[in-house]
Design a protein. Structure first.
Length: 232
């Protein structure tokens, strides 16, 4: 039941995923946009939104000053009714964005609170989202797991914490592997963002016979050694 959102910034791929019935929404961020060679933020966003009008899509603010962050969010929100504005849980100085989120909520902006990694952050931000028309709470599960901390209790805690907030959905961010989709679904997470490379593996591999996977792997090793002309 978990909704799959495509995460990326390559226009061709974004539009391809948008047209896939298995994809419920899309997200991007400044890092992905930079990697994709995007130089004009607004131009890129407006271009994408000229096609993607009926699925939610998240764009992120990039100011580090709280007042400017709110101003950017209002501008981004005006680009489309399906737009969610990503607000990081803090700025680079570690200053909370609580007031920014609360103010945007009162102004009817769809907010995506991003870069969350701790239970304390979830507790602190809860009341700021109360007035949100719609809100995603993005927990960076992969980055938590990278520190050798089990992220599942944090996601479960978030699901329970916001269970009475009909306007809030919990989002599993920084997906690392196809199995994460099943994990998110099993614990009742509402949304998972998945990058293009993992999505393609998902469509290709889910349900594949494991004996076939083993044989494909053996063939890959054999063919690579053969093509390299290795001798012992």
């Amino acid at each position: 039941m978990v909704k799959i959102f495509a995460d990326g910034a390559d226009k061709k791929s974004m539009l391809e995923m948008y047209n896939n019935s298995l994809i419920s929404g899309l997200t991007t961020n400044p890092t992905l946009m930079r990697k994709a060679g995007i130089s004009n933020y607004k131009e890129f966003a407006i271009d994408i939104l000229s096609v993607i009008k009926d699925k939610p899509i998240s764009f992120e603010v990039f100011s580090d000053e709280l007042k400017e962050m709110e101003k950017q969010a209002l501008e981004i929100s005006s680009w489309g009714e399906n737009v969610y504005v990503k607000i990081p849980i803090t700025n680079t100085k570690g200053e909370s964005t609580y007031k920014v989120i609360a103010n945007l909520a009162k102004k009817g902006v769809n907010v995506n609170v991003t870069a969350i990694t701790t239970i304390n952050q979830l507790n602190f931000i809860k009341s700021a989202t109360y007035d949100c028309k719609k809100c995603y709470i993005s927990i960076f599960v992969g980055r938590i797991a990278d520190t050798c901390v089990d992220p599942l209790p944090i996601v479960k805690y978030a699901i329970d914490l916001f269970k009475n907030y009909d306007n809030v959905e919990i989002l599993w961010a920084s997906c690392r592997e196809v199995y994460n989709i099943k994990q998110a679904d099993d614990i009742g997470c509402h949304i998972i963002t998945v990058t293009d490379d993992i999505l393609r593996k998902t469509f290709k591999n889910i349900g594949k016979n494991l004996n076939d996977v083993s044989l494909e792997t053996v063939n890959m090793f054999y063919n690579d050694a053969l093509q390299s002309g290795y001798l012992i």
